[in-house]
Ligand binder design. Structure first.
Ligand code: ADP
Length: 259
């Protein structure tokens, strides 16, 4: 009889995509999506062809943060056309479900959706594709690293011990998966009162720098806890795009330049 064609082994390249960078965190709510969208916009501002794949299955926030909505079209019924805003080509698992519909898919379905978003989306020619991962060390992280060639991972954490503990596990996982750690970002680092200018460390400060040094990975940036950053993201135009010359945008421009 006919022999089944062997499945391709090992990580593959996504057609047209030069580099894949995963944005990860140990814990939810530390600002991984905020960093992903701002970094994507900063790379675009520097003339890089950039895509953002929102693979945060438990809380896809890129459609809101990048101000895109609607179902992606599939003219040929096989491939999916990504959406585009602020110079960023994007696709989100949130565009494949209703916004307030909880993702209760089983593992294999989830992995199918992830693979579809990687391989069936017409990403076009991209210098870099950022992947906004769900928090933690689960199936999505494993599948991504096993199916696609991931060039590096950026770990986002707040300075708190609990978040750092989980970040450490994330770094350990990527090392086991042979994905290089590009560095850590301390988010919600310093808060400067918009009334009086007083500087406060709501979640502590410097914890990530110390951890990065201990683990031997670079500290890429310390991003302040800042009302304007949240308001911009909630409004669908990240601070890097809505206020490109602001002090808050500088941290993201610096990370983009270093990549
Ligand atoms: P995660 O992707 O890690 O779950 P998000 O990026 O969705 O986290 O951030 C959680 C919430 O905190 C969002 O409302 C976001 O706007 C806000 N946020 C994230 N980073 C900052 C920051 N540096 N300053 C102010 N608000 C922030």
């Amino acid at each position: 009889g006919m022999k089944k064609k062997a499945e391709p082994q090992g990580p593959q390249k996504i057609p047209g995509v030069d580099h894949i960078i995963a944005i990860a965190s140990g814990k939810g709510g530390v600002g991984k999506s905020t960093v992903s969208s701002n970094l994507a916009c900063a790379l675009a501002a520097q003339g890089r062809r950039v895509g953002l794949l929102d693979a945060d299955v438990y809380g896809p926030s890129q459609p809101r943060m990048l101000g895109v909505s609607g179902r992606p079209a599939s003219p040929d019924g096989k491939t999916i056309l990504p959406l585009r805003n602020h110079g960023v080509t994007m696709m989100s698992i949130g565009l494949m479900t209703n916004e307030d519909q909880a993702v209760v898919w089983r593992g294999p379905m989830l992995m199918g959706a992830l693979q579809q978003m990687m391989m069936q989306v017409q990403w076009g020619a991209l210098d870099v594709l950022l992947v906004d991962l769900p928090p933690g060390t689960g199936d999505v992280q494993m599948t991504l690293s096993q199916k696609a060639h991931v060039d590096g991972a950026i770990i986002v954490s707040t300075p708190q011990d609990v978040a750092l503990l989980d970040a450490r596990k994330g770094i350990d996982m990527f090392r086991q998966l042979n994905v290089p750690i590009l560095g850590m970002i301390e988010n919600m680092s310093t808060h400067i009162c918009s009334n009086c200018g007083h500087e406060e460390h709501v979640f502590g400060h410097g914890g990530v720098a110390a951890e990065a040094q201990k683990l031997g990975v670079p500290l890429l940036a310390e991003v302040p806890l800042d009302l304007q950053i949240r308001l911009a993201s909630d409004g669908g135009a990240p601070i890097v795009t809505s206020k490109p010359d602001s002090a808050q945008a500088q941290a993201f421009h610096a990370i983009a330049s270093a990549l």
